[in-house]
Design a protein around this ligand. Structure first.
Ligand code: BGP
Length: 467
């Protein structure tokens, strides 16, 4: 039986917009999602999991079930309703109370400054495509570092990769632009510069605690490893989703290999990047300052060569087999590989987590430590007799924890795992039907019910034996 270290964090993850609800309460400023969900989806962020009011219950449950870490994010627009300028004291008070409650229950808060929810005012001006936001983000970060000394673990951004992809490639996040690869890379780059400047200022001011970044790192494999065109397609997909942001994080520049791939993609798809020497100065100054890397890992993809136009269909309703993903000049995700998927076509492959951790260790040796900051299985839970017999979720988490254990045995420094999600929350582009939580949330009554996975997780957290 595999084990995990004694001081390992067994966490649960959440995000402000997906959990809190109360989108217009106590002076919170709007975010682009408020209107975007109304106009494009069949749900809104109300009531979410009403974490804004129910957090003491969730933290009590966390404690009872052996969860000793929680990922939460600060909603930027609760602190600065317009993204900058006037501050909102009620928002500040809320997070002080939240962090206090976490510590009271022995649940360490890992706090993200930006989890997909740019204030509407800044989003309207181009979000991270507009360089002005870099300074606003850094000011907001500095404000939080100063205001919340009780926070021991800071994360600048959650998933710079999927933000750009979802906003400008897939078009499922606001502003819903499709197939614009130049915007994808520019957004990634500008966010990485904002990250670099924020952590540099954190370190310069000598705050206590640690700071890092959370990247989503899906592993990419060639459908036929003996076919050069499949291997090339895989490399290009990997550059879009992993290599570009990892290079920026740990090398402070893009390697020649990465840039050659980016140039190729843009030569086929059009568009140019605005990459300035001052940006690279900022990236270089920060590349060794990341105390940790958070890896969010849900799936891997098998990629094959493809010669045709870009077409991406998002499977948001959980209708298995309805997604499509092919990019001109890059490749396409093979649907006919013999690996299990969930209803949203996410390929379940724990070995990919091991491979991704070991790749970071090998290619970015200046990483210091890793937390698995999100991993979990989304599905339409059957709520029967006040619980959910979520054996598939238990199996999924078990196999991914085993992959983490293997990576530690093979020399990787991984110090914690946060299941997505602590309690059920709504999913950005898939609604309330796609559940992940250890605790089932009845969204009408807002009551919580432990699922079978919660009891199982508690046992692992207590024994550190993956059984
Ligand atoms: C990550 C996000 C989370 C969460 C999770 C599950 O990308 O950081 O906020 O939503 O994925 O994804 P989904 O909700 O699309 O199933």
């Amino acid at each position: 039986m595999k084990t995990l270290p004694e001081d390992f964090i067994f966490g649960g993850a959440t995000a402000a917009y997906q959990a809190e609800g109360a989108t217009q309460e106590d002076g919170k400023g709007p975010v682009a999602w408020d209107s975007y969900l109304k106009e494009n989806y069949w749900y809104t962020a109300e009531p979410a999991s009403d974490f804004y009011h129910k957090y003491p219950i969730d933290l009590q449950l966390a404690k009872e079930f052996g969860v000793n870490g929680i990922r939460v994010s600060i909603a930027w627009s609760r602190i600065f309703p317009n993204g900058y300028g006037k501050v909102n004291q009620k928002g500040i008070d809320f997070y002080h109370k939240l962090f206090e409650e976490c510590h009271k229950h022995g649940v360490e808060p890992f706090v993200t400054l930006h989890h997909f929810d740019t204030p509407a005012t800044l989003h309207k001006k181009g979000d991270f495509l507009n360089r002005d936001i870099i300074e606003h983000f850094v000011n907001y970060a500095q404000f939080c570092f100063e205001e919340f000394p009780e926070v021991n673990y800071w994360t600048t951004f959650n998933e710079i990769g999927p933000i750009g992809d979802s906003q400008y490639l897939v078009g499922k996040f606001p502003p819903g632009i499709k197939y614009d690869l130049a915007k994808v890379f520019q957004s990634h780059h500008n966010m990485m510069v904002a990250h670099a400047k924020a952590i540099k200022s954190f370190k310069d001011k000598g705050y206590s605690g640690e700071i890092g970044i959370v990247h989503s790192l899906p592993m990419k494999y060639p459908k036929d490893p003996n076919k050069a065109a499949d291997v090339r397609a895989t490399e290009l997909e990997d550059i879009i989703h992993n290599r570009f942001i990892l290079d920026a994080t740990y090398k402070g520049e893009y390697s020649d290999f990465t840039m050659e791939g980016v140039d190729h993609i843009l030569s086929v798809n059009g568009g140019e990047l605005d990459l300035r020497e001052e940006d690279f100065q900022a990236l270089r100054a920060a590349k060794d300052l990341n105390d940790f890397l958070g890896i969010n890992y849900y799936m891997s993809d098998w990629i094959e060569a493809f010669d045709g136009e870009t077409e991406i269909t998002h499977n948001g309703r959980g209708k298995k087999g309805s997604s499509k993903y092919q990019i001109k000049g890059v490749g396409r995700r093979a649907m006919d590989v013999d690996v299990p998927r969930n209803d949203w076509d996410w390929i379940i492959y724990p070995q990919g987590l091991y491979d991704q951790i070991m790749r970071v260790k090998r290619d970015y040796p200046n990483y210091k430590k890793i937390y698995i900051t999100e991993n979990g299985l989304g599905y339409k839970d059957d709520f029967i007799n006040d619980t959910v017999e979520d054996h598939a979720r238990i199996d999924y988490v078990k196999r991914h924890l085993e992959a983490v254990s293997d990576a530690i045995t093979d020399g990787a420094n991984v110090q914690g795992y946060f299941i997505w999600s602590l309690m059920d929350v709504f999913s950005w582009s898939n609604g309330y039907e796609k559940r992940y939580g250890l605790f089932y949330v009845d969204f009408e009554t807002q009551k919580r019910y432990p699922k079978k996975s919660a009891y199982w997780y508690k046992k692992i957290a207590e024994t550190k034996v993956i059984d």
